[in-house]
Design a protein around this ligand. Structure first.
Ligand code: PMP
Length: 423
């Protein structure tokens, strides 16, 4: 197997053989499949296997892989040069497009990843308020900047390292952690730290401890507590932005954050992130204000071209979101029916085109309940699906992503496979 050969070589030169831990298949007792190409809802590995893909590059491929319009925009933009390190018209177009369509955003700054977006938003919140403490939630992942590697989700949760070595005590001591979906935990933290909390950051839909939607009233309650205690509310919409509808989770739940962070989805697969929000706060950013944040490749012309093409397609055709919701209902609702029929003690959480099958009977509402999942059973399931050419994220604690390129037939095939497995 070529993937095996590549992996043997990779581990000699790359830590763990992968450039991001979530790509490792170790926790499910497998080796990573090395992907050669992707098209629509499918990825192809170096051994000529064709997999139905529910990872979608971890979110950005909402229209499916290698959509012709996006590919064309990338080729066209590349012909004019790959990077100038100077201002371009397309960055202005991107910023205007986001500000015109996302009501909470009056100014926006492009960066190169979700991690950078979060790191920068937190710095701005601290600069603006003159306070240091940040509240995050257990099981929410906000990238790998030091202050956010505290009780984080995603690969941090999969690997069983709740916090990371190498994070100085000083960097983590100002990060307080609340319990997702538990307003009382937020209230307590705010009261105990009155006057010293700069910001609260959360995934408005938890998508890095499996998929954990907010309980009714949770986001509204968080907003109200932030207002009461003078705390900046940051929605990390790296996953939910432009996916739960064009206006993301903030539009879906009608809760307005002060700052928003975006990632991969606005680059359509190119390395991108962005943070934005209230003008008064964003005016703190250099060179206008004294919060420093920079980037040689920020607003890269190719990334802007790809991202704008994807965002414009999504904006022009609201039926895309309706379709994604229908497919989500068909797939995740279908899994729920299978579980009932086969009397399997598992739980499904889903919203729109995001979902997760947890190997636990209990309702999953936060980090602790997600952690109750039987990861050994998940590994068996994962291997079965991979064997049947269905590519899931290699961890219980990641979401499944449906794209607009998935067909009813693809979903039926998936359900059929899951049905056979549980039978
Ligand atoms: N925030 C959230 C909610 C994420 O899901 C991720 C990564 N999946 C990040 C931040 C970090 O983004 P990146 O990997 O682009 O740095």
């Amino acid at each position: 197997m070529k993937s095996e050969e590549l992996f043997e070589k990779a581990v000699q030169f790359i830590p763990g053989g992968v450039n991001s831990p979530v790509r490792a298949f170790g926790s499910v007792g497998e080796i990573p499949r090395f992907i050669k190409k992707a098209k629509g809802a499918y990825v192809y590995d170096v051994d000529h296997n064709k997999y139905l893909d529910y990872v979608g590059s971890w979110g950005p491929m909402i229209l499916g892989h290698n959509r012709p319009e996006i590919l064309e925009s990338v080729i066209k933009a590349s012909e004019s040069g790959l990077s100038f390190g100077a201002a371009t018209a397309r960055e202005v177009e991107m910023a205007e497009f986001i500000c015109e369509n996302i009501p909470s955003i009056e100014m926006v700054r492009m960066v190169n990843s979700g991690t950078e977006a979060v790191m920068s938003a937190i710095r701005v919140a601290r600069g603006y308020t003159g306070k240091d403490k940040i509240i995050k939630f257990e099981g929410c992942y906000h990238g790998h900047c030091d202050a956010m590697l505290v009780k984080a989700g995603s690969g941090v949760m999969t690997s069983g390292v709740p916090d990371s070595a190498g994070v100085p005590v000083g960097c983590a001591q100002d990060t307080l952690t609340g319990v997702y979906n538990d307003l009382a935990s937020v209230q307590r933290l705010m009261e105990e730290n009155e006057g010293s909390v700069a910001a609260l950051i959360l995934e408005p839909v938890g998508a890095n401890m499996g998929l954990v939607p907010p309980k009714e009233g949770f986001l509204q309650g968080v907003r109200a507590l932030c207002d009461k205690h003078n705390v900046i509310l940051i929605f990390d919409e790296v996953i939910s932005g432009f996916r739960l509808g064009f206006t993301g989770a903030q539009g879906f739940y009608q809760v307005v954050p002060d700052l928003t962070t975006y990632g991969k989805i606005i680059g359509a697969g190119m390395p991108v992130g962005a943070y934005g929000g209230k003008k008064e706060i964003m005016e703190m950013v250099a060179p206008l204000g004294n919060v420093y944040q920079a980037g040689t490749l920020s607003g890269n012309p190719i990334a802007m071209a790809a991202g704008l093409t994807q965002l414009k397609l999504l904006h022009k055709r609201p039926q895309i979101y309706k379709r994604l919701e229908e497919l989500g209902e068909k797939l995740f609702g279908g899994i729920q029916k299978i579980l009932q029929e086969c009397e399997v003690p598992c739980t499904v959480n889903f919203i729109g085109s995001l979902g997760c099958l947890f190997f636990t009977e209990e309702i999953v509402v936060d980090y602790t309940t997600a952690k109750n999942s039987d990861t050994k059973l998940f590994s068996e399931f994962f291997k079965y699906m991979l064997g049947h050419k269905i590519y899931l994220a290699p961890s219980q604690f990641e979401a499944m992503f449906i794209s607009y390129a998935h067909s009813e037939k693809d979903v039926d095939k998936t359900l059929d496979c899951i049905h056979k497995y549980f039978k």
